[in-house]
Design a protein around this ligand. Structure first.
Ligand SMILES: Cc1cc2nc3c(=O)[nH]c(=O)nc-3n(C[C@H](O)[C@H](O)[C@H](O)COP(=O)(O)OP(=O)(O)OC[C@H]3O[C@@H](n4cnc5c(N)ncnc54)[C@H](O)[C@@H]3O)c2cc1C
Ligand code: SF4
Length: 350
């Protein structure tokens, strides 16, 4: 028990936390609710990741293999934690299969839920077949063929709408999802690579391809791949008079004029919502949530990975919108805190 850390959620943050515990010579038990490890990049079929350009199945697949191959890791899939008793150094988790797991400390890496575009009905998702999300377009890119779902034609024009389900107070999403600008500028290049005759437009409020992403994605997408950036406020997506294409209506906020442009495919750059199960996760683990519904931190600077309950740590998109790279770093950090607790306990009981 004093030798074991329990990790809940097998996405990039959880896999990294597991690797951290294994690297420190301790045992880890990983509990994942789905039947596959890998988290959102695997479960939602992401194509090439930013910023590495590596296929998600290869990059995250390596992380999965490292954990699954380790004799120090016990992995439960299609399983949840239904209750947690005890305290730091001496937790007992009851799993949905009835088994009990003893652990000295716990790391929560239960991630996020993709924004459901149905909550933005005026932008056509669920009404028109040729309106899709970035995850669906990533799956199309992975298949190697760009085509309109409605009739299979190659699109002349694709439009990506940024900030769908982010930075939108009307629907209670005040946060920036951090990665979707970069993912979208990359997606525009991937579409053009597969389908050179397709023109890609990105409709934006602001472009947040921060740090080194600015050069590698934003400028490259514009200059080498001729992606057209339009600063606009979108009003609605409707059917064009030809009965085939879609009209994106809004205001060009640079020239302050209405714009109506026909597109063959409209892509929603969906944001990152709190995990839909967070209320239940908070109840089971006895932890607090912040005001938007993500998991709350104990203290911002001195206990970054701590939750509001001692002995339980948190990492990755469970804390708020996060990139894979940062989720991995946080997973490592949470693992070192969780392992340090095990050492502290051994010293106390020696
Ligand atoms: C469209 C889109 C594209 C993106 N592309 C990129 C990219 O190219 N590069 C990049 O850096 N970032 C990208 N991101 C962000 C990336 O998805 C996140 O950074 C990453 O998935 C966070 O990892 P995580 O492990 O914290 O969470 P997740 O990936 O959400 O993993 C959480 C895991 O926990 C499991 N889980 C949840 N609840 C429970 C529970 N109660 N019990 C047990 N298990 C549970 C889930 O099933 C899942 O396996 C993208 C995001 C979006 C929306
Ligand atoms: S990263 Fe870009 S698209 Fe995503 S919410 Fe922030 S500004 Fe909007």
């Amino acid at each position: 028990m004093q030798n074991t850390v329990l990790v809940v959620g097998g996405g990039p943050a959880g896999l990294s936390a597991c690797a951290g515990v294994i690297g420190a010579g301790r045992n880890v038990v990983l509990v994942e609710k789905e039947d596959r490890l890998g988290g959102a990049p695997i479960l939602s079929g992401y194509a090439k990741l930013v910023p590495s350009g590596e296929w998600a199945k290869d990059a995250i697949g390596r992380m999965v293999k490292h954990v699954e191959d380790s004799p120090a890791a016990k992995v439960y899939k299609s399983t949840r934690v239904v209750s947690l008793d005890g305290g730091p150094g001496n937790f007992t988790a009851t799993l949905s299969n009835g088994e009990k797991v003893s652990a000295g400390s716990v790391v929560l890496t239960t991630g996020f839920t993709h924004f459901d575009s149905i909550n933005k009905p005026e932008w056509g998702f669920g009404t028109f077949e040729d309106v899709m999300t970035t995850t669906q377009m990533e799956q199309m890119v992975a298949s190697g063929k760009i085509a309109c779902p409605s009739d299979g034609r190659v699109p002349e024009r694709v439009c990506i709408l940024l900030c769908v389900g982010s930075r939108d107070r009307q629907i209670g999403r005040e946060w920036c999802s951090k990665i979707c600008c970069t993912v979208s500028t990359n997606l525009a290049m991937e579409i053009k690579e597969i389908s050179p005759q397709t023109d890609v437009f990105i409709y934006y409020m602001d472009i947040r391809t921060f740090g080194l992403y600015e050069d590698k994605f934003y400028w490259k997408s514009q200059e080498e791949f001729k992606t057209k950036f339009v600063k606009a406020r979108i009003a609605e997506v409707t059917r064009a008079p030809d009965g085939k294409r879609l009209l994106v209506k809004g205001e060009d906020t640079l020239v302050k004029r209405p714009i109506v442009i026909p597109f063959d495919i409209v892509v929603h750059a969906i944001g990152m919502d709190p995990n839909l199960e967070n209320t239940e996760i908070a109840r089971v683990f006895g932890i607090g949530l912040e005001k938007h519904g993500f998991i709350d931190r104990a203290e911002h600077y001195t206990n970054t990975c701590g939750t509001t309950r001692r002995g339980i740590y948190v990492a990755g998109a469970a804390l708020g919108p996060e990139t894979i790279d940062d989720s991995i770093s946080q997973g490592q950090a949470a693992a070192s805190r969780a392992v340090a607790d095990l050492y502290a306990l051994v010293q106390k009981t020696a």
